[in-house]
Design a binder for this molecule. Structure first.
Ligand SMILES: NC(=O)c1ccc[n+]([C@@H]2O[C@H](COP(=O)([O-])OP(=O)(O)OC[C@H]3O[C@@H](n4cnc5c(N)ncnc54)[C@H](OP(=O)(O)O)[C@@H]3O)[C@@H](O)[C@H]2O)c1
Length: 418
């Protein structure tokens, strides 16, 4: 099988990790190209990669191209010109639909890390994937083109943890709680760890979760719990809507509860509430002296670039799934998780752990697709694939994972202090 030429679209925090990891495992791929709108960013990343992974005299390890991926003709043309076999979409999720359509047109395989979004829409109906992705699935199936949706850490690896639990740990799964804690500190007054308007929208929206086998909507930040997780200690986590609930509810039908919880500190929530009360998190454009401006785009322009947080970021993250169910007639509970360390990740590829924990799964999956180990030839969510090869390979690409049986009473056996 020929090694596919790779196109990485997006040169933000995640794009930087993805490009570094692609080059680290370049023997698995044909040519590697990094594309986004802003050429200087692309050239900076390519230059750093050459220094990190190349030896003097090497030809360029990575090619760069400026592209507007929201222009279907432009992105289709780039895929054709470079004879791309696999597109890794780690750009803003506003680009998803045009890149999906370009892959349908050219036959290139597709992978993304986030649900398609539109900058002016909030609180869409569940299931979220039914709006843009699933209507395109019959065309991917008909043309036998592989498309992997939601392949970061959450969504992504957490979905694969669920598939591992179903395959190896449980006969029946009753509940899945996905928990994401970033115990790191970037030292800025306020910042988002990825794309600001996407991140603020997910915090702002009503919370849509799966409970008693149906969608339930509750006000944001109205449900929380305190958890003590490996290496990050005790944190308050809040129920939140998140992409992966909308595929897991379908692919784990019969599971009573599927929820997502994210840790927030008091300071973060206080600043968020002030911005929200002033209307600054809104995606709806307002007239400012005759110019239409969406307030959240202004906030995005003012906040630090997520990639710029990496230098000086300290502490760790822990992302895992707390799964309950039955095995051989007994009630069981397992926690499956990974940790990443901001400083370690920065030393390795110059990025913070939120970007790192997204880019590493992308390249793990890309290696499996390139080798033909994963070859769905249709559009899938990653929990529909065999989890074993992925979980065997991810530590080699850069992130280890653990599983532990926990007390069914709901307690956490890990220390409260990080
Ligand atoms: N699943 C997960 O676990 C997970 C976790 C974190 C993030 N994510 C997702 O990963 C993606 C990237 O996150 P990030 O932190 O890297 O965001 P980011 O730092 O804001 O970078 C976004 C990148 O998208 C590029 N882009 C935006 N519009 C474009 C267009 N029209 N054409 C070409 N490129 C365009 C930007 O290009 P310029 O550089 O030219 O501006 C930028 O390089 C987002 O979709 C985010 O939701 C997923």
């Amino acid at each position: 099988m020929a090694k596919p030429n790779l196109l990485i679209v997006g040169a933000g925090g995640v794009g930087q990790v993805t490009a570094n990891k692609a080059v680290q495992f370049r023997d698995d791929f044909g040519t590697i190209t990094l594309a986004a709108r802003t050429r200087p960013k692309l050239e900076r990343i390519a230059g750093e990669i050459q220094k990190r992974w190349g030896v003097p005299g090497d030809p360029p390890l990575i090619d760069v191209r400026a592209v507007n991926a929201r222009d279907r003709v432009e992105i289709t043309g780039l895929i054709r010109t470079l004879d791309i076999g696999l597109v890794l979409n780690v750009a803003s999720p506003y680009c998803n639909t045009t890149i999906l359509d370009a892959c349908l047109e050219t036959g290139a395989a597709y992978l993304d890390t986030a649900l398609a979004e539109s900058e002016f829409t909030e609180d869409i109906d569940a299931p979220w994937y039914a709006h843009e992705e699933w209507p395109r699935r019959p065309r991917f199936a008909e043309r036998k083109i592989s498309a992997l949706l939601g392949m970061g850490f959450d969504p992504g690896v957490v979905n694969i943890f669920c598939a591992h639990a179903r395959k190896h740990l449980f006969d029946d799964i009753e509940s899945i709680d996905i928990i994401d804690v970033n115990a790191g500190s970037h030292g800025r007054y306020f910042a988002t760890n990825f794309d600001a308007d996407v991140n603020l929208r997910e915090i702002k929206e009503d919370v849509v979760t799966w409970e008693n086998g149906a969608w339930k909507t509750i006000p944001r930040h109205s449900e929380w719990m305190d958890v003590s997780l490996p290496q990050v200690g005790r944190h308050r986590v809040y129920s939140m809507g998140h992409d992966e609930l909308h595929s897991l509810a379908v692919n784990f039908s019969g599971t009573d509860r599927i929820t997502f919880w994210m840790g927030f500190g008091d300071h973060y929530l206080k600043v968020f509430d002030v911005m929200d009360n002033l209307g600054l998190t809104s995606s709806v454009p307002i007239d400012v002296d005759g110019v239409q401006v969406a307030p959240n785009r202004l906030i995005k322009a003012l906040l630090p670039d997520p990639a710029s947080l990496a230098s000086g970021y300290t502490g760790k993250i822990c992302i895992g799934v707390d799964i309950r169910g039955r095995k051989d007639g007994e009630t069981k509970r397992h926690f499956i998780w990974s940790n990443c360390d901001h400083e370690e990740n920065y030393r390795e590829v110059g990025s913070q752990s939120i970007s790192y924990s997204t880019g590493v799964p992308v390249i793990t999956a890309a290696r499996l697709l390139a080798a033909g180990t994963w070859n769905p030839q249709t559009m899938v969510h990653v929990e529909e694939l065999d989890p074993d090869p992925f979980l065997a390979l991810m530590p080699e690409v850069g992130i280890d994972w653990q599983v532990e049986e926990l007390p069914v009473d709901g307690g956490w056996p890990y220390p409260d202090e990080a």
